[in-house]
Design a protein around this ligand. Structure first.
Ligand code: URA
Length: 436
């Protein structure tokens, strides 16, 4: 067996590491035998030289087996999960999870928190009074068995090697590597145990992947890992060049989900298209329907109110306050708001999603560091989106926060994220492609 020094040198020179070497390296790093400085050098060598499919699969497998693996075998081929590579205003889990459950999938999902410009599902769920994000594994499984859906926070026992490596990548400029991103995401998804995995690979200014080419490459790498691990895996490539839907921020996004689930999708074509497509591919992976048939069934379940009912059942089953869901009068509003107006006539030509995510964070909706507290009521309501006409003096958005002092800087950032053009911009598709 080559030493860690030899492995670093081999990767630096463009060599291939064997499955056994990768497994041993991850074991050694996780138990403290391999120091951070050697692992940092290896991560940089991987960043510069890449990894082939077999190496990426081996790295994923080693990280996946560094901790607990959730046992969902009792659900056979019915268990399913969806995962987004991150975005701004991305609230699809709240729609797709109950939708897939109505379509007969056993949706057992572990989610994370937001950091930086992207939001996190667990933070959003905590905006609902009473919702329990930490269930014991037996309780989690029991709920999935009974009602078909549960979403909980990922525990520290899931892929701990990834947690350690991610922290190291974060401070050594080695996050940005396709095999490292693909293996990091997929190790957690595979450890979460579902038979089917549908990935939402976002692309654009608010996403990890800024170009179509990079998004496709990441999607292909993750689908390859999933298939090698024997899971039915599909990746849907979706637009994140502007925020999804018309709200950014925890409670605001849930309010939009409730509006959508009650059947009103006015101005929410992007949210509808992406959510129905993800649910269609989950149903397709689980039941073998064609994606078109899955889409038709998902749309029917949404329009007849079954998905709304399932959403309320799921949230209340996990302790969430039913009255908060069903009575808008019970929901608190942020103490301060500011309407942001447009300076000129034209069309919204561009909304820089990352900057809008950072603006929401600045208002209190997200975290700068992992120890920051969240203001659940803070965020942004977008009154205009790309391609819509605007007039000078017309409102573009409303900013919400519990701290008035934050409004000026947030308004400045928001205005800097918007480009007004004379010409109407070409429409971008909401769903670019599917890799299955
Ligand atoms: N999300 C992850 O979980 N890991 C990465 O490396 C990048 C995004």
């Amino acid at each position: 067996m080559r030493s860690m020094y030899d492995l670093i040198a081999a990767k630096r020179d463009g060599g291939i590491l064997s499955e056994g070497e990768i497994r041993e390296m991850i074991r050694g790093y996780t138990c403290g035998e391999i120091p951070d400085y050697q692992m940092s050098a290896m991560l940089m060598a991987i960043c510069l030289r890449g990894m082939d499919g077999a190496e990426t699969a081996a790295l994923t497998d080693a990280m996946l087996h560094s901790g607990d693996v959730v046992d969902l075998t009792e659900f056979g081929h019915l268990s399913a999960d969806k995962h987004s590579t991150g975005g701004v205003g991305d609230k699809t889990t709240f729609i797709v999870a109950p939708m897939a459950a109505v379509l007969g999938c056993k949706t057992a999902k572990m989610s994370g928190r937001g950091l930086g410009h992207t939001g996190g599902t667990i933070d959003k769920l905590e905006a609902i009074p009473g919702y329990r994000t930490a269930l014991a594994e037996v309780e989690f499984r029991e709920q999935v068995r009974r009602i078909g859906v549960s979403v909980i926070g990922a525990t520290g026992e899931i892929a701990p090697a990834d947690k350690m490596l991610y922290a190291l990548r974060d401070v050594t400029a080695t996050v940005d590597s396709l095999p490292l991103i693909a293996s990091s995401i997929m190790s957690k998804k595979l450890a979460a145990g579902t038979a089917a995995i549908v990935l939402d690979v976002t692309v654009g200014s608010g996403a990890f992947m800024k170009t179509d080419e990079d998004a496709r490459a990441l999607a292909r790498a993750m689908v390859d890992i999933g298939v090698r691990a024997g899971r039915r895996t599909a990746a849907v490539i979706t637009d994140m060049d502007q925020p999804l839907g018309r709200t950014v921020g925890n409670a605001l996004e849930l309010e939009e989900v409730l509006t959508f689930l009650s059947g009103d999708d006015t101005g929410l074509e992007d949210l509808r298209e992406v959510s129905l497509t993800l649910a269609a591919y989950m149903a397709s992976a689980v039941h073998g329907y064609s994606p078109e048939e899955g889409y038709r069934l998902a749309e029917r379940a949404w329009r007849c109110g079954a998905v709304y009912e399932k959403f309320v059942e799921w949230i209340t089953e996990q302790g969430g306050d039913r009255r908060w869901l069903t009575d808008p009068g019970r929901r608190a509003e942020a103490a301060y708001r500011r309407t942001v107006v447009c300076a000129s006539d034209g069309y919204v030509g561009r909304m820089h999603a990352e900057q809008i995510g950072l603006c929401a964070m600045q208002l209190g909706a997200g975290r700068r560091t992992k120890d920051d507290a969240i203001d659940f009521l803070a965020g942004i309501r977008l009154l205009k989106k790309v391609g819509e006409p605007v007039r000078a003096g017309e409102a573009l958005a409303v900013l919400y926060t519990s701290r008035e002092v934050l409004l000026d800087a947030a308004e400045e950032r928001f205005l800097g994220a918007i480009t007004v053009t004379e010409q109407k911009p070409d429409a971008r598709p909401h769903v670019f492609d599917v890799i299955a």
